[in-house]
Structures are given as structure tokens and as C-alpha cells.
Design a protein around this ligand. Structure first.
Ligand code: UDX
Length: 439
């Protein structure tokens, strides 16, 4: 049955969620405070790079079931309100900044009707849902707050939303929780019909599930990067190590790609907010290992710069360095905490002449790192380079022909920050190949 849905916050999460809910057959209004974003979405243009989103927007806007507005009043009358605003890191501390959650929730309180379900999707410190539920109880006791975390990955956001691994509902006890569960089942009917596992639990656990999942992923990446550090000392090869341990089904090969480490708008800030929250709960020791996870991750960036300096003969002065990739990962234009840009900027500050190219993220990169030089065309970026760094493993960089690339550069020297290219093929074409955690 088609339901009336509002989606509050139309960033990476909300824009995809809104369009996906319309794709599932519902009547959806997406609300955001940013008029430019709303205008773009309403015109069918995705305000950020996300494969499949432009097509999904076009398809769902055409049905008339999806619209976008800045007017919060348009959320009134929705049976389900999805809260999808951001929870960035607070400036100057590890904790999450909840001002957008609190602001959007205050607006929701003004319009939420009896029987409505407010479903939080934002990643929040555990305890937030309980606090918001208490407020809701005072203002509209006949509405229900649930936590329904989202696990989408950028670059796969449409697929992850329409065909998720699992659905998690954090609902209150008793009849109210059962009713909210039935409402969410109706919203996700088509997804559930595919056999998607759905786990119903209390809101506190549901909030923890999200940060626990991201902490586990971050730990897995830092674990393999710690092994990379050891391989660097012993002359071992971290990719062979990852292949070998990854074949153990209990470990698994996914998320064991060593290299420059994790960045983006989620993993770094989520593990920090989790540590901050554990501290508030008097359990700071419990998550102190995440400090190490964070430290290993940031050390990779320093190591990359050191390796580049070594390859350049001890100094960056006069060296023309080409950085391939600016986004925090391929298939995204997101540069939040991008390891690639972090390294590029360090190289520049240490005297290198750095040129950065990326298929999607240059506009974002320019506004955050205005002092770097940006080149759109990869061939132009390679021309005359003394050293090439592959820092984001876009398909087009993985598939570079070492022979053709070699004809463009001044010196055939490449550093593979993502273990993305074949060392044998590049060495055969006369390149000096170096990578983190490899001989
Ligand atoms: C992550 C979670 O995967 C997702 O479930 C959650 O909803 C949001 O946070 P995302 O930030 O989009 O998603 O990116 P992800 O694909 O998880 O990659 C995160 C970072 O880890 C990237 O910088 C990536 O390059 C890095 N990474 C990933 C590695 O360094 N090695 C790996 O093996 C995998």
C-alpha cells in the first residue's frame, strides 16, 4: 500500500532515501533547508555524484510521487517521517554535533500528527533516540519514535537502499512498538518481499548497531594496515597476507585492502563520536582500541608522504608530483577527510609541485584545498611528472596502460597508495613501483 512519507534532510542519505521510497511506490516529500539543493533535486539533478541517482530521480519525479521543498509545513500529514540530517564531528572535539538532528526534530514536533511514526536514520550517539522520544511523548503522545539506521555506502547508495543486506528497526516495547513495526513493514514491503532479513530490537541497540558496524569496518581496515606496517619492516607483502587470511571464512577478504586507509564522512567521525559517547557513559576504556584504529589510519598518510620523499631522493624541492584521485574513495565526489587530498596537501607544503586530477571530485576539492593545482584530463596531469601517486582507486586509474602513461611522464616512478595496479606489469614497462606494505 502506498504511504505518505517525508524525508527530512536531503544529503547523501536523504536524497537517495527519498527517491528510493518513491521508487517503492510511496508518496514522498523531501525537505531540506538548502534552497539550491532542493532546486537541483526537484529538477532531477543530483547535487552530488552518485551512480544511478540521476536516473532514479528522473524516473520517480516523472511519476509525480516525489517532490522536494524547503517548506517544513509540507511534511505535515505524512504517516512516516524519516530523519536523515547529518551528524558531523563537532569542531574541536570528538563528539557528534547534534544541532541538525535537534533542529529538524524541533520542526517535526510542530507538525507531527497522531499515529505518525518518526524514523531516525541519522547516525547518532546512543541515547539520542531516548531523549527525542521523551520530547515527542510530551508534545504528541500518539506518535512514535523509532530508530532505523541506514548502512548505505557512497557509490552504491541506490543499490544499498533498495536492496540492503538487512533492515534494523529499533522500536519501543509493547503494542506501540508492534504498530510501528507494522508501519515500517508496509514502507519496506517490496524490500522484505525479496527475503531481506529484518531485525527488530530496542532503540538503544539499533543506534549501537550502526556505530558498531562502522567501528568494526574501520578496525578491519586498520588491522590490515597495521600488518602493512609490519610488512614494510620485514619485507613482506600485505596483499598476499590479506589474500591468505581472507580465505578463512571467519575473517573474509572484504575490507582487507591495505593502503592509504579510510576517510569519508562516516567512518572517521563515527569512531570518534563513539569513543566520546563511551566516555560520557563512563566506559572510555572499552573503546580505547578505537584510538589505535584512528592512529594507525592517520599514520598511513604520513608514511605515504615519507615514501614519496624517499622515491624523490630525499627532498620534494623541484619535484613535479601528479596525484591521481581526490575523492575519499572511487565512485564518489565526496572529499570529506579524503586521505588523497590530505597527502597531496602535505606534499605541497613540503615543497613539491603537485597536480591533482579526479573524474568527479575536482570542484569540491578546489573549494577545500584552493592551493593545489587541479587538472581535469588525466593525460595532461601525467605529462612531465617526476612521480605519480595513485591515491584513489578509480577504475580509469587502475586500467592505465603503463606503457602509454610512461610516454607522458618525465620519470617512470609510481606509488600505489591503494594497491590498485599490477606491480609486475608496471615494472615490466620500466617503472619504479612502490606501494604501502609491499616489497
Ligand atoms: C561507510 C560504511 O561502509 C557504510 O555502511 C556506512 O553507512 C557509511 O560509512 P562509506 O563511507 O561510503 O561507507 O565508504 P566505505 O566503502 O565503507 O569506505 C570507507 C573508507 O575505507 C574509504 O576511504 C575506503 O577507501 C576505505 N577502505 C575501504 C580501505 O581503505 N580498505 C578497504 O578494504 C575498504
Amino acid at each position: 500500500m502506498a504511504m505518505r512519507i517525508s524525508v527530512i534532510g536531503c544529503g547523501y542519505l536523504g536524497a537517495v532515501h527519498a527517491a528510493s521510497m518513491a521508487e517503492l511506490g510511496h508518496e514522498v516529500v523531501g525537505i531540506d533547508v538548502d534552497p539550491a539543493k532542493v532546486e537541483s533535486l526537484a529538477a532531477g539533478r543530483a547535487p552530488f555524484f552518485e551512480p544511478g541517482l540521476p536516473e532514479l530521480l528522473e524516473r520517480t519525479l516523472e511519476t509525480g510521487r516525489l517532490r522536494f521543498t524547503t517548506d517544513f509545513a509540507d511534511a505535515a500529514g505524512a504517516e512516516v517521517h524519516f530523519l536523515c540530517v547529518g551528524t558531523p564531528q563537532k569542531s574541536g572535539e570528538f563528539a557528534a554535533d547534534l544541532q541538525y538532528v535537534d533542529g529538524a526534530f524541533a520542526e517535526l514536533l510542530a507538525i507531527v500528527g497522531p499515529g505518525a511514526v518518526i524514523a531516525g536514520k541519522s547516525t547518532v550517539p546512543v541515547g539520542t533516540a531516548e531523549r527525542l522520544a521523551a520530547r515527542l511523548e510530551e508534545v504528541q503522545p500518539e506518535a512514535t519514535l523509532v530508530w532505523n539506521p541506514e548502512f548505505l555506502r557512497e557509490g552504491f547508495a541506490v543499490k544499498d537502499t533498495l536492496h540492503p543486506d538487512r533492515l534494523v528497526y529499533g522500536v519501543p516495547d509493547g503494542a506501540e512498538g508492534e504498530r510501528a513495526t507494522a508501519v515500517l513493514d508496509e514502507v519496506y514491503a517490496r524490500i522484505l518481499a525479496e527475503g531481506t532479513p529484518r531485525l527488530v530490537m530496542d532503540p538503544s541497540t539499533a543506534q549501537l548497531v550502526k556505530v558498531a558496524a562502522n567501528s568494526f569496518l574501520a578496525t578491519k581496515i586498520s588491522f590490515i594496515n597495521a600488518m602493512a606496517e609490519l610488512c614494510e619492516r620485514t619485507g613482506g607483502d600485505v596483499t598476499s597476507l590479506a589474500d591468505a587470511i581472507g580465505l578463512d571464512e571467519r575473517i573474509g577478504r572484504k575490507f582487507l585492502n591495505a593502503g592509504l586507509g579510510f576517510g569519508g564522512g562516516c567512518l572517521p567521525k563515527d569512531i570518534r563520536a563513539f569513543m566520546a559517547r563511551a566516555g560520557e557513559l563512563g566506559a572510555d576504556q572499552t573503546l580505547s582500541f578505537l584510538r589505535e584504529v584512528d592512529a594507525i589510519n592517520t599514520r598511513r598518510r604520513v608514511r605515504m608522504v615519507d615514501l614519496a620523499r624517499e622515491v624523490c631522493g630525499g627532498s620534494f624541492l623541484g619535484q613535479r608530483i601528479t596525484v591521481l584521485g581526490a575523492s575519499f574513495k572511487p565512485n564518489s565526489d565526496d572529499i570529506r577527510d579524503s586521505p588523497a587530498l590530505n597527502v597531496a596537501e602535505q606534499l605541497r607544503l613540503q615543497g613539491a609541485m603537485v597536480r591533482v586530477t579526479d573524474p568527479a571530485a575536482l570542484a569540491n576539492a578546489k573549494s577545500s584545498y584552493p592551493n593545489l593545482v587541479y587538472v581535469e584530463d588525466v593525460e595532461e596531469a601525467l605529462t612531465g611528472a617526476d612521480l605519480v601517486l595513485i591515491l584513489t582507486e578509480w577504475e580509469q586509474y587502475r586500467e592505465l596502460d603503463p606503457e602509454k602513461a610512461g610516454e607522458l611522464v618525465a620519470q617512470r616512478r609510481v606509488l600505489d597508495g591503494r594497491n590498485a595496479i599490477d606491480p609486475a606489469a608496471w615494472r615490466a614497462a620500466g617503472w619504479t613501483y612502490r606501494a604501502l606494505g609491499r616489497r
